[in-house]
Design a protein around this ligand. Sequence first.
Ligand SMILES: [Zn+2]
Length: 431
Amino acid sequence: MSGLLIRGGRILDPTSGRDEPGSVLVGDGRIQAVGPDLDAQGAEVIDAQGAWIAPGFVDMHCHLREPGQEYKEDIASGGRAAVAGGFTAVACMANTHPVNDDPAMTDYILDRALHDSPAKVYPIAAATQGLEGEVMSEMAALVKAGAVAFSDDGHTIMDAEVMRRVLEYSRLVGVPIIVHCEDRTLVGNGVVNEGPVSTKLGLPGNPAAAEEVHVVRDLMLAELTGAHLHIAHVSTAGSVEAVRRARERGVNVTAEVTPHHLTLTDEAVLGYDTNTKVAPPLRSAADVAACRAGLADGTLDAIATDHAPHAQHEKEQEFTEAPSGMIGFETAAAVVLDLVRKEELTPLELMRRISANPARILGKPGGSLAVGEPADVVVLDPDQRWTYDPAKGYSKSSNSPWAGEKLTGRVVATLVDGRLVYHVDRGVLVP
Ligand SMILES: [Zn+2]
């Protein structure tokens, strides 16, 4: 049998709870065996000494920019950056040009992904036509075409009645509604978290309440409708607490948090680096601590990158003018390993939040190393030190606040359906 043996690492399988030394044999696209003393049987060997062997990461929130903004990213470059970061599947948001609010567009994205991307791509379709927050998209047809969820990400559905109907309809088609919670009227022209930092910088503030009023509203509407609400990029202590209480009441809610909201505060904006401009904005130290605690206690289910490429000329504007977003695929693992190093999460629980949980939320396979499962696997060295240089990365864009930083923890190899698609020494290998 031709295949691959990933030899001699620490097996971390969040689905079975397995955390022990061992090897993983893959072949025919699937996990063939997991255990301590596997024979290579002529298979190619990947050395995992000192590294973790875990299910491939699943990113439930990214922007691949195709079609329409291929100068920032496309499905090929985004897919390459994803596997270089250990992501074997990524779900892309609908704010392309044109918007993914049409089954033909969902088809197009899936077709491009099949040909161009080494990572699996799951399209998220627009919840409302044109992301305008007014008329519901054709959800049944979009799900039939392959949409895994609906979201107007980047925009908030301001009309509560439209939001209610979107949630009600999502129950019939059986996929989650992912919400970007920022009240447009409260955000105003705010570009940085409202607080001492916005005052010091003299930049308009965006208050935590702008996020929280919509988190609370949408939790109430999820309770009313019984629909599965997923809250994107939770960034404030109040949002974490609202989700925690709703969960206790039995509301069908899941939530995600980004690597940047887990590790950077608004102090990162003090140098006016536009790569720190994101929506929602980087928050206070207390908010970051609450997000970390929420991830640790399971209130926040998933880590999602919100990988959002922008060209250099766009980010080289005044802070108030530059677009929001940062790239994140290739730095995510190293950044979130901080929670393991500070013993806030075990390695197994971290892997659960970056693979099994997002896969489950999207209703997709993943997050398991069980025999017979698709061989989507990552080999991660948690101790390897490296310097991140976006110019040497795979994204077309370089808008990262970690550019030039020394990071600890590096993806050694990534397998998708049993194929080695990335190796740290050889780069991205296919297609
Ligand atoms: Zn968003």
